[in-house]
Design a protein around this ligand. Structure first.
Ligand SMILES: [Zn+2]
Length: 356
């Protein structure tokens, strides 16, 4: 701000941060850890609130910006639940999904594995088939009209217990929509041990789904070991506490088990005190395949481009380093080999044109 205010008429000065931001904005990207309801931006929430005038959520996007300023974690949950309350029928689900893809297209996100929690909707009375049809309709439209390829991770809301696990795996395996690639576990970790979900993950894996539980976000490395041994995790959501256990870091590196790192989310939820203390650098130094993601972007006041900017600063990345980070996400994704090759080539072509 101070620099901009100085405003001389001299020749444009090179600003590395601005240059990198421009590069990041245009960089084709993949996102692997981002939640469906958690991606509802003020614009989308305003549209949903307008459909349901009886809700207490503001319909004016400006008022919504204040609504999205969190006082503490409990307030975050309160706001999150009031957005959940706006998703009452299949048309709401379709609108949310398509509009999330629109926000992704604006950031040049070409591919995303969106974490969807069907249980939140089915328990509110939306029939499972209508829910699945709505997300699949939105997925096909987003790919055709916006150029964003969406895939689903159906996740168990851990706080809702084993009943929600049963319902989630039932919907995943019985309805098995075309876009579904993986099975996850979210919600709080404290008081929600991972091993109890083993039978549900076994069924999902037997049905051909990849295992991608959250682990080690708010608890220690043992939770990550449990995710690996009990839930047969192929990628770890967050994995922040992995850096407390050198053996675990070595295991993740050796077995090429990627981490879905979400820096700003970790600060917002107080899993990490400050961005400068974020352990992403240690993860990379240990040879772990690190991807950068936004988690619940509007709720944490971020987006994927912002997270790439954070990573650039924390890892001291230039354009080539950022392109390599984007390719990590492609490599760690569940795209088929042809899809991976296509997206990686797109990143290479963009980077070559940008840096010459
Ligand atoms: Zn998450």
């Amino acid at each position: 701000m101070a620099g901009a205010a100085a405003g001389g008429a001299s020749a444009p000065q090179e600003n590395p941060l601005t240059d990198l931001s421009t590069f990041i904005a245009g960089l084709p990207k993949a996102e692997l850890h981002v939640h469906h309801v958690g991606s509802a931006s003020p614009r989308i929430v305003a549209e949903l609130a307008a459909r349901h005038p009886d809700s207490r959520v503001p319909t004016d996007p400006e008022a919504l910006k204040d609504f999205f300023v969190f006082r503490d974690f409990a307030h975050f949950i309160e706001v999150y639940l009031s957005v959940v309350d706006l998703i009452r029928d299949a048309d709401d689900v379709r609108l949310l999904t398509y509009e999330v893809a629109r926000d992704m297209a604006r950031q040049n996100i070409r591919y995303a594995e969106l974490t969807v929690t069907p249980y939140s909707s089915t328990r509110r009375g939306i029939p499972d088939t209508a829910f699945v049809e709505a997300i699949e309709d939105a997925r096909k439209a987003a790919e055709a009209e916006l150029g964003v390829v969406l895939r689903w991770c159906f996740d168990i809301p851990g706080e809702a217990g084993l009943e929600s696990a049963e319902e989630t795996v039932r919907i995943a395996t019985e309805l098995h929509p075309e876009g579904l690639v993986s099975f996850g576990l979210g919600g709080p970790e404290i008081g929600v041990p991972r091993p109890q979900f083993k039978p549900f993950f076994d069924r999902a894996i037997a049905a051909g789904l990849h295992s991608v539980p959250h682990a080690g976000e708010t608890t220690g490395p043992q939770t990550i070991w449990d995710a690996l041994t009990e839930l047969r995790a192929e990628r770890i959501g967050h994995g922040t506490s992995s850096v407390q256990d050198p053996k675990l870091l070595a295991h993740l590196a050796e077995h090429r088990i990627p981490l879905e790192v979400c820096p700003t989310s970790n600060i917002a939820t107080r899993a990490v005190a400050t961005l400068d203390e974020h352990p992403i650098k240690e993860m990379v130094a240990a040879g772990v395949l690190v991807t950068v993601n936004s988690d619940d972007p509007p709720m944490f006041g971020t987006d994927l481009n912002t997270e790439y900017g954070v990573a650039a600063r924390l890892l001291d990345l230039d354009e080539a380093g950022l392109a390599a980070l984007a390719k990590n996400a492609v490599q760690a994704s569940f795209l088929d080999p042809a899809g991976k090759a296509r997206l990686a080539a797109e990143i290479d072509a963009y980077t070559a044109a940008a840096i010459g």
